[in-house]
Design a binder for this molecule. Structure first.
Ligand code: PLP
Length: 413
């Protein structure tokens, strides 16, 4: 039943949580408190069942066989593409299905940037990017002679929009920016940023990995050139994701990988490539995974992403309020617009020790550099702890986390 149109207060979040089988397990003899959804999200039964059902009843390869199973598999795979496209408000033939954000950004790097950039050009990134939105650009820069420019952030962890605008000089050909920071939780005003870039003829790549799980995202309204996303953070299986690109870019881009599925005709004299998006999907894709991602989109759509965002804002306010009361605890990232991601440090305790002892209390948080070394250098530490929430978390879990944190602090500090 769709809850998307229901009044916010009427949603039974406990029932929704019960859709996630893993959340009822115990860890070290304690009820699991899963606060690591920015790393990967948990999966509702509907997603697990869709993947299972595909293998049990429809398994065949896509776009190859004329038999019934082949037709069913192709329809299921293409159906998932259509669902995801509708979720993002884009056209399905502009959506390349990939193994995740990393592949999606590398596709832009190799197929769009590599053939176009040259010495004298610059690629602009921000200090809060994940390595997946830094390293591919460094590889492009090395091979083309382009340079990398970095836009800085304010002390509270927001993007410095004046500095960003000032950095959009005539040599900048491409801007790579995250929609939501996986470390700071900052939600960047990507619509305004893309408008600024577009005025200057700069092509924009938005990393949507951490935005899709938390809020409604209208990619068409953002006005970017490329939008990358990963399925496993939005209730979908691992090894799924997509790149949305403007049709004109996809038409002009050479393939990144060659092989089956991406061709129309192959002769030894030369090959005629398939149309986008299939031109960029060489080889057998993760069919069952994307069928599962289609189910995840259905699942999130039935709850309504506006409800998800409101629920998480409430959980975030609770968690942040409690954490601010703790002496010696520093929250890293206090931008006015935040998703439910809270990085923190505790005076006198190493992030890894904290996370290890919290685990013994049943609490799963991530510790480390969060694939964001340049941001860690800016914070001035090698690692932070990160508690990241999803709509399936509860206020009671926040209380349990705070209790565990207090116990662990007494042991460490
Ligand atoms: N970008 C951001 C902001 C992320 O948080 C992540 C994953 O942690 C990625 C990119 C990479 O996603 P994937 O490993 O699924 O390709």
């Amino acid at each position: 039943m769709s809850l998307a149109a229901a009044p916010a207060g009427s949603i039974d979040w406990a029932r929704i949580r019960a859709d996630f089988p893993l959340l009822s397990r115990q860890v070290h003899g304690k009820p699991l408190v899963y606060f690591d959804s920015a790393n990967t999200g948990q999966k509702p039964a509907a997603v697990i069942e869709a993947t299972d059902d595909f293998y049990r009843r429809h398994n065949a390869n896509v776009s190859r066989a004329v038999h019934m199973l082949g037709t069913e598999a192709t329809e299921a795979y293409e159906g998932a593409r259509r669902k995801l496209a509708a979720h993002l408000n884009v056209r399905a033939n502009e959506l390349v299905l990939t193994s995740g954000t990393t592949f999606a950004i590398n596709l832009v790097a190799y197929s769009w940037a590599l053939p176009r950039l040259q010495p004298g050009d610059a690629i602009l990134v921000t200090r809060m990017e994940h390595h997946a939105n830094i390293v591919p650009w460094q590889l492009v820069a090395e091979r083309t002679g382009a340079t990398i420019k970095v836009a800085d952030i304010t002390p509270d962890g927001a993007l410095d929009l004046d500095a960003l605008q000032a950095a959009m000089t005539a040599d900048v050909r491409l801007l790579a920016v995250t929609h939501v920071s996986n470390v700071l939780g900052t939600v960047n005003p990507v619509r305004d940023i893309c408008r600024m870039a577009r005025k200057r003829g700069i092509v924009t790549v938005v990393d949507g990995s951490q935005a899709l799980p938390h809020m409604p995202v209208d990619v068409a309204a953002i006005g970017c050139d490329f939008y990358a996303l990963t399925g496993h953070k939005m209730c979908g299986p691992t090894g799924t994701g997509a790149l949305w690109a403007r049709g004109e870019h996809l038409e002009a881009m050479p393939p990144f990988l060659g092989g089956g599925e991406m061709i129309r005709e192959v002769r030894f004299e030369g090959t005629v490539f398939n149309d986008p998006p299939h031109r960029f999907e060489a080889g057998t894709p993760n069919i069952a995974g994307h069928v599962g991602l289609g189910a995840a989109v259905d699942y999130l759509g039935a709850i309504g992403m506006a409800h998800v965002a409101a629920r998480e804002a409430e959980l975030l306010a609770h968690l942040t309020g409690e954490m601010r009361k703790v002496d010696g605890l520093r929250i890293i990232g206090n931008a006015p617009e935040k998703a439910a991601v809270v990085s923190f440090l505790v005076e006198g305790a190493h992030a890894h020790d904290l996370a290890t002892l919290l685990d013994l209390e049943g609490v799963a948080v991530r510790s480390g550099h969060h694939c964001a070394h340049p941001l860690m250098a800016w914070i001035g530490v090698p690692a932070t702890c990160r508690a990241s929430l999803a709509f399936y978390n509860t206020h009671a879990e926040i209380e349990a986390f705070m209790g565990a944190l207090s116990k662990v602090r007494k042991l460490l500090c």
